[in-house]
Design a protein. Structure first.
Length: 345
């Protein structure tokens, strides 16, 4: 594990009060979007409702999250003091456009004010350190993978970026390191404690980047990874049923495929123990995380112990490309997928 210390900040920026920015949305959004000349939100898709009780001990993972409203008219703060705000983001061979990518990533992360970013495809650790050095109040780490020249897949690490005023890293390790076929990039597990509003929340974050591709072999390797991940998480539950896990990353498979052709049939079928937080976004073109292929490849999943905390949250695919015309060329072919969970209550 390579832990990068935070850049000092003189004064902690105030986080956007949830009620304040939500109350202003009806007033500010129409004017902002009209000025922009295009619609940034999908008016035909109202937030889905929570129709079951997430505290139900018999099936706490059955609820679908409501769909969030996305970026509030611009790159503006989404994080609040009462929610754990976490996103997964494939940064595409970072920095794909050199200094321009570093600058744009800093602009996005610094503006949105989220607590935790699970990131994939760190191709240059020096550039990653430069990014963190320009983000006051943030620190980060990346996986200890060692690659050989010319190796496939190419040099791409996973990592975590987090707000030091809210999040503490307790430990870091790589898991499931022995099966290259299932996990060409071993998942990174980070033990985190988040504190805000006089409350704290302890959880484990697993960041993964599964095998890409659309062939039957690619899907088979993702299915093998899914089974090994489930076996691992089941073992953690057997050892301590209170441990809360969030699995985030580029899963390289869709949740809307029929189970017979799905990359993740086992986890999707087990709503007793696992919940894909972004399931409400599946099949909706406005929320695609990989628009160039018309796919939703980036997902957030929690285990049973974490379901009650996340079921009352909101999930959304963020669309920075609506406001940054050079996003696809200079930053990434993926959009971040974010959850805001009211854990600090």
């Amino acid at each position: 594990m390579t832990l990068i210390p935070p850049t000092p900040q003189g004064r902690r920026a105030r986080r956007a009060p949830a009620r304040a920015w939500r109350a202003l949305l009806p007033v500010l959004l129409p004017a902002a979007l009209a000025a922009a000349g295009c619609s940034k939100l999908n008016p035909s898709t109202p937030p889905s409702s929570t129709t079951c009780d997430p505290s139900d001990p018999n099936n706490p993972c059955a609820c679908r999250l409501a769909i969030g409203s996305g970026l509030p008219g611009a790159l503006a703060a989404l994080g609040t003091d009462t929610t754990l705000d976490l996103a997964t983001w494939n940064m595409e061979n970072f920095p794909t456009a050199g200094a321009a990518s570093v600058s744009m990533a800093g602009q996005i992360i610094g503006a949105l004010n989220l607590d935790v970013w699970a990131v994939e495809e760190i191709a240059d650790t020096t550039a990653f350190r430069t990014l963190l050095a320009g983000l006051p109040g943030y620190a980060g780490l990346y996986s200890p993978d060692v690659y050989s020249p010319g190796e496939y897949p190419p040099y791409q690490k996973t990592g975590v970026i987090y707000r030091t005023a809210v999040v503490t890293v307790n430990s870091v390790k790589q898991i499931l390191t022995t099966d290259y076929s299932a996990f060409p990039r071993p998942p990174l597990e980070v033990d985190l404690t988040a504190r805000s509003s006089g409350h704290q929340y302890h959880f484990h974050l697993i960041v993964q980047h599964l095998k890409a591709g659309t062939t039957a072999d690619d899907r088979s390797r993702r299915r093998q990874a899914e089974q090994e991940l489930r076996t691992y998480l089941d073992a953690q539950r057997a050892a301590d049923s209170t441990q809360q896990y969030v699995v985030a990353g580029d899963w390289n498979g869709s949740l809307s495929d029929p189970l017979a052709s799905s990359s993740f049939p086992v986890l999707l079928s087990d709503s007793t123990h696992y919940k894909f937080l972004d399931l409400a976004l599946a099949g909706q073109s406005f929320y695609l995380s990989h628009p160039s292929t018309g796919s939703m490849l980036d997902h957030l999943m929690v285990n049973r112990a974490a379901c009650p905390h996340f079921s009352l949250g909101r999930v959304v695919t963020l669309r920075p490309d609506d406001y940054l015309p050079a996003y696809a060329a200079q930053m990434s072919d993926h959009r971040p997928v974010m959850v805001a969970a009211p854990v600090f209550r």
